[in-house]
Design a protein around this ligand. Structure first.
Ligand SMILES: CC(C)(COP(=O)(O)OP(=O)(O)OC[C@H]1O[C@@H](n2cnc3c(N)ncnc32)[C@H](O)[C@@H]1OP(=O)(O)O)[C@@H](O)C(=O)NCCC(=O)NCCS
Length: 136
């Protein structure tokens, strides 16, 4: 069964933080794009590119020593494009508390070997309705 989600967790270590002690926004965006790329490639059964990222608000900082958890989920399938909702969460490992840091919608486009848009397989549309298989 086709999997329509992806999850990435990364420990926020000193190389990833700004001078205020929180995660660089660009690192969060990169992980979000990576998660959207995993979902789209799974769903389209092949290479995809990022066509559009809806505006991103940074709602909460994620601090050094916390985990950034990135959760991506397919929410729509066009002819050659896919809409993917991506959220990031900051998690304090010591007590398990989580705060949402960002959320955005990505449009990913399936491409052929020449880099031109190619149709997303029909199974992707069916997978939108189906229950999610276990595992990441
Ligand atoms: C994305 C790209 C392949 C689209 O090519 P294109 O010739 O403009 O394709 P089309 O106009 O036929 O659009 C293809 C699909 O993408 C969607 N799309 C294209 N640009 C979009 C945008 N800016 N916002 C939302 N959707 C977009 C179209 O709605 C269409 O969806 P559908 O087939 O599901 O209806 C092309 O613009 C490209 O290669 N861009 C660079 C991608 C890139 O380098 N990304 C960063 C690194 S991964």
């Amino acid at each position: 069964m086709l999997k329509t989600t992806a999850h990435i967790s990364r420990l926020v270590l000193p190389g990833l933080i700004n001078r205020h002690g929180s995660l660089f926004g660009g690192v969060a965006l990169s992980l979000m794009d990576e998660a959207a790329g995993i979902v789209s490639t799974r769903v389209a059964r092949g290479p995809c590119v990022t066509a559009h990222i809806q505006s991103v608000d940074f709602e909460e900082p994620i601090w050094e020593g916390e985990v950034i958890a990135v959760e991506a989920k397919l929410i729509g399938v066009g002819r050659t494009s896919m809409r993917i909702r991506v959220e990031t969460w900051g998690e304090r490992l010591e007590d398990g508390t989580r705060r949402r840091s960002t959320a955005a919608e990505f449009v990913m486009v399936a491409i052929d070997k020449d880099g031109r848009p190619r149709p997303v397989p029909d199974e992707a549309r069916r997978a939108l309705e189906a229950p999610e298989p276990p595992g990441t």
